[in-house]
Design a protein around this ligand. Structure first.
Ligand code: ADP
Length: 503
């Protein structure tokens, strides 16, 4: 089963978010570790530098002791030069230490060294003015109380302070390392936990979706089982493979059922058509038998000599009318089976309406139906086969009159519509279109009348369509039915002024 893109997105998104969060945290961790490391390195290198300087200071101090001792023993300029070099080195180093220290303890020790150093200089000057000697014991005594002793103690103190600072830095570094390790372990644990929670969330979400899907599947299953008893599905679902199998079964069964329904529909349609043909045959037989009976009676009577003068003009007119009725019925059937091609000419529709209204005038009067005619004063032209169109209009008006046996009102309106169309409506105040036939009015053999053929509207519909127009039916709000013909106006008709006219 191919996962669609949305599903992949839903499944991978939480895991991706967790991974991104962990990646971000790791980056931050690495950055802060690098920062800490750089700070620590700086501090360590500063301490190492200062420790080195303090050790240098101690070394210069020893050199001073040695060289000053030698100078006191024999005061030559060379020996004094060495003492002076040692002193310069000592002072420079002490100056560097003073300039770089930020620690109060160290500052105090440096101040003590400076004081001691001044003391040393003063005492050394005194000793050069009255040097010890000449015996060995006097030198040894001077050596034991060498002026540099004023610097030794604060120098040792400074060395101790620096060693301690170095040790503190090393300890702090070790603690920092421990903290970093703990942080990294925590990060690892968090990552694993986050991954687990994310995975669990995804699994939970998927499982919920599957459960919902399964419930719907079982619902469809129950529905189909109810509607189509032969469908068998296992009740338990819950995993994708089972659901896929069940869906496959449902699909196959639905296809079978749809096929079955289509076949049944075809059979029903065929049965309906056969019934309609039977109805049509009965209707034709009924319509044809009545006139034939009248003709048969009249002609039979004439043949038996009952009428010595033969058939009267009235009898012949009756025969003629009855033959006409039969002919019209047969013609209606033929029209339905094969509507005539027709010859289309630009005709004045209002003129045709006038003519048809004139034809039905007598029936209107007999049925006490009031006619309301609304026609444009100027000609309204359309490309028509006049006879066919007249037939359509007669059929619509006769249907309206059939619907108003006890009288009523017939509204015939012709008007121009936008987009180069004409609109002709025939509306009555009868009971309206029966709901049982409303959706198949234009289907052949649809009729609610006992003697109806059910062909009039379907033929009319075909004729109007053949004229490039449309015929629609609707019930009116205030009661009664309304049939509307829309037709394209002929080229040259004023309503086509804005519309292009082909050919
Ligand atoms: P027929 O008139 O032979 O029944 P039609 O095709 O002309 O055949 O009409 C089909 C059916 O449409 C009618 O039987 C009738 O039920 C319905 N019908 C047509 N015109 C009207 C109307 N003006 N009012 C109500 N029903 C109508």
């Amino acid at each position: 089963m191919a996962l669609n893109r949305q599903m992949v997105f839903q499944v991978t998104m939480p895991a991706l978010l967790v991974a991104l969060a962990m990646f971000g945290i790791s980056l931050l961790g690495i950055r802060s570790i690098n920062h800490l490391q750089a700070d620590r390195d700086k501090i360590v290198s500063e301490h190492a530098f200062r420790l080195q300087k303090v050790q240098d200071l101690e070394t210069y101090m020893r050199h001073i002791r040695l060289h000053s001792f030698l100078y006191v023993m024999s005061m030559t300029p060379e020996r004094w030069a060495k003492v002076e070099r040692d002193q310069t080195n000592f002072e420079t180093t002490l100056g560097q230490l003073r300039d770089t220290t930020t620690d109060d303890g160290e500052r105090r020790a440096i101040e003590a060294i400076e004081t001691g150093y001044l003391e040393y200089r003063r005492e050394l000057q005194d000793s050069t003015r009255s040097p010890p000697g000449p015996d060995r014991a006097a030198y040894l005594k001077w050596s034991d109380t060498h002026p540099i002793r004023h610097v030794v103690v604060p120098c040792d103190e400074l060395l101790g302070l620096n060693r301690q600072a170095m040790k503190d830095t090393a300890d702090e570094s070790a603690r920092e390392g421990d903290r970093t390790s703990t942080g990294m372990i925590l990060l690892g644990v968090l990552g694993a936990g986050g991954g687990l929670i994310g995975g669990f969330g995804v699994a939970w979400g998927l499982s919920r979706s599957i459960t919902r899907l399964n419930v719907q599947l079982q619902d469809v299953h129950a529905h189909l089982n109810h509607e189509v008893a032969s469908l068998r599905l296992t009740a338990e679902g819950g995993n994708l493979q089972t659901m896929e199998r069940q869906l496959g079964t449902i699909l196959t069964r639905v296809r079978e059922v749809v096929g079955q329904l289509q076949r049944q529909e075809c059979e029903t349609l065929r049965a309906e058509q056969l019934a309609a043909v039977g109805q049509l045959a009965a209707s034709i037989a009924h319509e044809v038998r009545n006139p034939l009976t009248s003709i048969n009676l009249l002609v039979g009577a004439a043949l038996t000599g009952r009428y010595p003068n033969g058939l009267t003009e009235t009898d012949l007119r009756v025969i003629h009318d009855e033959v006409g009725r039969v002919e019209r019925k047969v013609q209606a059937l033929l029209d339905f089976a094969r509507p005539p091609e027709g010859e289309h000419h630009a005709e004045d529709v209002a003129g045709i309406v006038h003519r048809v209204v004139g034809l039905v005038q007598e029936r209107l009067r007999q049925q006490a139906v009031r006619l309301s005619l609304e026609l444009p004063t100027e000609p309204v032209t359309a490309e028509l086969d006049r006879d066919q169109f007249q037939g359509v209009l007669v059929n619509l008006i006769f249907n309206a009159l059939d619907a108003m046996p006890g009288g009523g009102r017939l509204d015939v309106r012709l008007a121009r519509e936008g987009a180069g169309n004409l609109r002709l409506s025939v509306a009555d105040s009868g009971p309206g279109i029966d709901t049982t036939v409303a959706d198949r009015l234009f289907t052949p053999f649809t009729s609610t009348k006992t003697t109806g053929t059910g062909l009039g509207l379907s033929v009319s519909h075909r004729v109007v369509r053949a004229h490039g127009g449309d015929l629609t039916a609707a019930n009116r709000d205030g009661g009664g039915a309304c049939f509307t013909i829309t037709l394209p106006a002929a080229c040259g008709d004023p309503s086509r002024a804005d519309v292009a006219c082909g050919g």
